[in-house]
Design a binder for this molecule. Sequence first.
Ligand code: NDP
Length: 443
Amino acid sequence: MPQEFMKRIVEGHAGETEFHQAVHEVASSVMLFIRENPKYLNAKILERMVEPERIIIFRVSWVDDKGEIQVNRGYRVEMNSAIGPYKGGLRFHPTVSLSILKFLAFEQVFKNSLTALPLGGGKGGSNFDPKGKSDNEVMRFCQSFMTELARHIGPDTDVPAGDIGVGGREIGFLYGQYKRLRNEFTGILTGKGLNWGGSLIRPEATGYGCVYFAQEMLKTKGESLKGKICTVSGSGNVAQYTVEKLIQLGAKAVTLSDSGGYIYDPDGICEAKLAFVMELKNVKRGRISEYAKKYNCRYFEKKRPWEVKCDIAFPSATQNEIDEASAKVLIASGCRCVAEGANMPSTPEAVKIFLKEKILYGLGKAANAGGVAVSGLEMSQNSQRLSWSREEVDARLQQIMIKIHESCVKYGKDEKGFINYVKGANIAGFAKVADAMLDQGVV
Ligand code: NDP
């Protein structure tokens, strides 16, 4: 059945390789569970889950600083609303395609279900590249993008957030345009500024949550993060706050990267060095190679940090950034835990190796769910017109990560005590959405 099912997916969604990859992982994990629970089979739940409820594709025209007209493509994939309004980020990156957004939206359905919050799944974005654009150009693009998107979103319908290329600046411009069009001050985006409806801890949430998840995985072996050498990829939102939490918990982060290459700082990235990275990436919008010049350490151009010896790896840049060869190198150099801040950063071949070696492998949809979880908390605060304290949001985030870990253990632990987080997360995420779909009839 998995082969037949995947054949239909590959034919029916031709050329969408990232989407095939994401569906294959879930289908392989849940097929047995579905067979054991024929109610899901008879109601064709998985067949329905892989078909987005709605896809919106639109033209985004805007004028650059030279007065030239630019044209990009905008998307919103509204994947599943069985347990709540569509929820998931917007990605602005030249590689954005329907395949990438369908894979991300599909992952999001299971991830959001795992948080135990009432959130459906969606994802959107554009092939627009904010890199090298002026603030005014980014603003004009965001205004044009939102002019169309505004028709399709709403606080009880679809609530986008940030992702690669969409941070506080972009969310601000998008929100301003929505408010102008609708004359409504309402929670239609998360990741908003603190003065205008944002939640404390939302910027930190994905990175912090990923480290909390790694902590839970280590606890199952009686270990902690203290003194652990960690490699981190990326140097954006997720990577920055992963490093911040690692420092706080006594681990040593030794790498960061961007699409140009990675830096290796064997002394560890301390708070002062991290502050430099935040200024460099969030304000000056510079390249990570400048870290190597400033702190006199090595920079490896066009390479990824998986060749550096570590105890734990935190891939926090993009999809498929750990391939089979990198996974082998990681294992050979002693890495015993991988916690994915990014979405689907390990190729299927790499995942196979992690599972064969029985390391602690925390896949993205479980390990990086802290971001959307705090987005869910931002929505609750917006509905109540209240702001919770930093401590309160952080405590809730920690609790949610602990619960997600427990769900993975519930469905993923075998007789010998090995926890297959892939199986655990996929079945736990699937069951809740599937039951809601059964209750709601054939829609
Ligand atoms: P940012 O845009 O803040 O940072 C992305 C980082 O990854 C940058 O350092 C960027 O380098 C690097 N990067 C992006 N694409 C590539 C590529 N093709 N090859 C090498 N490096 C690349 O994004 P986020 O930190 O928000 O997101 C990172 C990952 O985490 C993504 O997979 C995202 O889907 C996932 N995620 C994010 C959440 C969030 O709350 N933000 C929530 C859950 C998951 P450069 O600047 O050179 O492009």
